[in-house]
Design a protein around this ligand. Sequence first.
Ligand code: GUN
Ligand code: ZN
Length: 442
Amino acid sequence: MNSRSEALDNDSCDRAIRGSFLHFVGDPDEQDDACEYIEDGLLILKQGKVTVLGEALDWLDSLPDGIELHDYSGKLIMPGFIDTHTHYPQTDMIASYGAQLLEWLEKYTFPTERQFSDRSFADGVADFFCDELLRNGTTTSAVYATIHPESVDAIFSAAQKRDMCLIAGKVMMDRNAPEYLCDTAESSYTQSAELIGRWHQKGRSLYAVTPRFAPTSSEQQLEAAGQLLKDFPGLYLQSHVAENQAEIAWVAKLYPDRRSYLDVYDFYELLGQRSIYGHCIYLDDSDRQRMAETGAAIAFCPTSNLFLGSGLFSIDDAKKQNIRLGVATDVGGGTSFSLLQTLNEAYKVSRMAGQTLTSMKAFYLATLGGAKALYLDHQLGNFAVGKEADFVVLDLAATPLMKRRMARADSVADQLFALMMMGDDRAVHATHVMGQCQYSRV
Ligand code: GUN
Ligand code: ZN
C-alpha cells in the first residue's frame, strides 16, 4: 500500500475504482498475512496500471479533477481470474454425454475441431469464447486452438480486440487422429514458427507451443516442439499428461523406453519454465520432482476430471513438492467457464482425496497462484503498484440464497468460501481489463 503523502496529479493517475478490495501478496499456506482486504478501498490507475491501492477515505480527496471514478461500493473487487488450461474450439461441445477421455476425443472433440479450418467460423467461436471468459471474471487464460493456423489467428485477434493477456497456440498432432486433423512434424514446426512471428509478445499475446499430448505426436514432432522452444526464446509450452488410465497405458506402449508418461516430455526437453501441463493426476514422486526442479506448472482441472471420470488430483502432493499450481476449466472436458464453479469442484475433489482446500488458498490459486504458474506474476495476479489492472467486480448477494448465506458469514474467509461454493457468472458484476470495463452485467 502506498503512503498518503504521495502526490497525485494527472501524470500519475487517470482513473479510480472504489469498492472492497481483496488480493494476495503471497501464498496463504506459507504466510499468515498473505491476504490483504480493504473494506472501503480505492484503486488508482494510470494507463491501465496500478498507481495506488489504499483506503478510500485517505485518498479520495487527493484525486485530481476530471479523473474517471467508478464507484463499486458494496461489491468485492479481486484481480481477474486466471484459467491455466482451456480449449476455445470445444466451447460448443461442452457437456457432451457419457464417455471417458479417449472415446470422448474421437466421438466429440475431433469432429468439432475439424470446423476450425474455416476462419470466419473460428472468429465467431473465438469472439464468443472471449466474451464468455469476461462474463465469468476471467481475464487471462492459456488456450488451445486446433491444428489450423487460422484458429490461432482467430483467438489472438479476439483477445486483442478486448485487450486481454492470452496465451495460445496451434495444436500439433501428426498421428493417431483422423487424417483431417493431422499435420506433420515439419509443417507443425513451420506453421508454429510463422504464428510465433505474428503473435508472440505482440501487445499482450503470448505464444504456447502446443503438442496436444504424447499419443498424437510422433517422436519427430516432439523433437520439433523442443526445437521451437530453443529457436524462439520466451515461449510457453502446453500439453496434457497423466489424465486417464487408458491414456497412460497407451503412452507406455507408444514410448516403451521412457520411465513414465511425463518422462516422454522430459526426454524431448519439453519441461521447463513456462511449461504448463494439464491434469497431472497420476504423476509419481519422481515425476513431481522433475516438475518442481524444472519450474513447470500443473493446471488442475477439477470439473473436467470429474466429468470425464478421470480421477482425483492431489493438491497436497503438488504442495509437498513445491510445484507451481494453477486452476483450470479445461472447457469442453470441463463443464463450466466459471472459475468460481471450478473452485467449488476443486474443494470437492480435495475432500474426496481426504484433503481440504481453504477459501484463501482457492482464491490465491485463481489469481496470484495462477499468475505464478504462468510466470506472469511480475505483471498480473494482484494489485501491487505497477501491475496491470485486470480485475473482477463480484456481487456476493447475486442470488437470494447467496444473500441469506452471506448475512451469516462471520469472516472474509467464510464469505469467500460461500462465494466459491455458490457463485458462478451471476456473481460477476463487471470485469475490467487494463482498467477499462470490458463486461458489465447490468
Ligand atoms: N488430452 C488430449 N487432448 C485433450 C483434450 O482436448 N481434452 C482433455 N481433457 N484431455 C486431452
Ligand atoms: Zn485439455
